[in-house]
Design a protein. Structure first.
Length: 421
């Protein structure tokens, strides 16, 4: 490699430019989110309403669906107090965009050898940005929890951080469990890694995430959510893993018919042979490749991905457990594990052994598939009522009920009086 290319490959300026480009790419995926403004479902109907009518300390600690979502509470509270009705959803979307950048910032500050090259870093950002079926978690504050889950997992796999980012990492580990139940799942991995490495910095990370997880777990116990499934059988979990982490990454939206066939078969009480064969083979091969790698971070990242996937699908909120077999349903649960599996493949692709060629082909394929379908978002996630028009109607007629995304009678709000001018 020439000296000029070597400087380009390791340039911090290029890395910073890539993070800015990543932010623009994220914001541009669903343009109406910022152009006209969007509240997403409970974000407006529950969280924003709480922020309007409750004292700030009540709204900040409000429990919804059995847990505290601190980022959603804080974002809507901020929107209610610093912005008028027309611009309130732009505030929550901006907060959500900042949160969605946190995993990219963890990767940008990484000390892992295979992420030091800006070329590899660019591919890692594409893995973050382009998992198919991820439109549900795009720049809205109620699904910021899934980006916090991912950021926490990336802190787990990271090498010992530099002093200037140590507090950023600890802040992520404190906030992630208080934003949703997801990050609780990997808290034991932080303790395990601290014990394995006999590392005081790791022990500090474990202490922070375990303390925050304990608070959230207590809230969950005190506020049980009856809508959660908690009844997925091993066969159903394998089927969901097949759809979400084999079919969808390889085929994107084109996996719809095959996923539907799996669902129909499962509902008839038949487990498809391809599920029973491919899931153990694919994940077994990936486990062997990770287990024989000299990079310990790949083991932790792969373990975190498996834990996120299996426990999330087991405890998912769904009308029926088999609904998770629709390719686009439950995309929020698939997001973090999909990215972690993709980054695991990228780490393997950077090794000098035969398995690296297979990993390179796999990660190239899933990035291409995800990139080609990036701007093709499921309509219910990509379109909804024009917020500015909704507010204009309400200004002329205070009896008008504001409509949020998705376009459904369930997600509406008649703003309480008075509303900030």
């Amino acid at each position: 490699m020439s000296a000029s290319l070597r400087r380009l490959a390791f340039s911090p300026a290029v890395r910073g430019t890539l993070v800015v480009a990543f932010a623009i790419l994220i914001a541009a995926r669903i343009p109406a989110v910022f152009l006209t403004g969007r509240f997403w479902a409970e974000e407006g109907a529950n969280f924003y309403r709480n922020a309007l009518v409750e004292p700030w300390w009540v709204a900040l600690g409000a429990v919804h669906t059995g847990y505290v979502n601190l980022i959603a509470n804080a974002a809507t509270l901020l929107a209610a107090h610093i912005a008028d009705l027309e611009n309130a959803p732009r505030v929550t979307s901006t907060v959500a965009l900042v949160v969605q950048l946190l995993p990219a910032l963890v990767l940008a500050t990484s000390r892992l050898a295979w992420l030091r090259s800006n070329w590899t870093f660019a591919v890692a950002l594409l893995v973050l940005a382009t998992p198919p079926g991820s439109g549900e978690v795009w720049v809205n504050s109620i699904t910021s929890q899934f980006h916090m889950m991912l950021a926490a997992a990336l802190v787990l796999i990271e090498a010992s951080p530099r002093a200037r980012v140590r507090w950023l990492y600890l802040g992520i580990l404190l906030l992630a469990p208080l934003t949703g139940p997801g990050a609780i799942m990997i808290a034991p991995l932080f303790l395990l890694r601290a014990l394995v490495e006999r590392s005081w910095p790791r022990a500090g990370q474990a202490g922070v995430i375990i303390a925050a997880s304990t608070v959230q777990f207590a809230i969950i116990v005190l506020h049980p959510e009856p809508a959660r499934v908690y009844q997925a059988s091993p066969g159903l979990l394998a089927s969901v893993m097949y759809v979400k982490h084999i079919l969808v990454p390889l085929l994107g939206a084109h996996s719809s018919a095959m996923a539907l066939a799996v669902r129909d078969s499962v509902e008839r009480g038949h487990w498809p042979v391809r599920v029973l064969v491919l899931v153990p083979v694919v994940f077994g091969a990936l486990a062997i490749a990770v287990g024989t790698s000299r990079r310990p971070e790949l083991k932790w990242g792969f373990a975190a991905g498996l834990i996120f996937a299996l426990l999330s699908y087991f405890g998912a909120v769904a009308s029926r457990p088999t609904d998770l077999l629709f390719w686009w349903v439950g995309g929020r649960y698939a997001f973090a594990p999909s990215v972690l599996f993709g980054l695991t493949l990228l780490g393997l692709a950077c090794e000098a052994r035969a398995a690296a060629y297979i990993a390179r082909a796999a990660v190239t394929w899933i990035v291409v598939v995800g990139s080609l379908g990036y701007f093709t978002v499921v309509p219910s996630f990509a379109r909804g009522p024009d917020w500015q028009h909704e507010v204009t109607l309400w200004r002329h007629d205070p009896s008008h009920v504001l409509q949020f995304w998705p376009d459904s009678p369930e997600w509406r709000l008649l703003p309480p009086q008075p509303v900030r001018p």
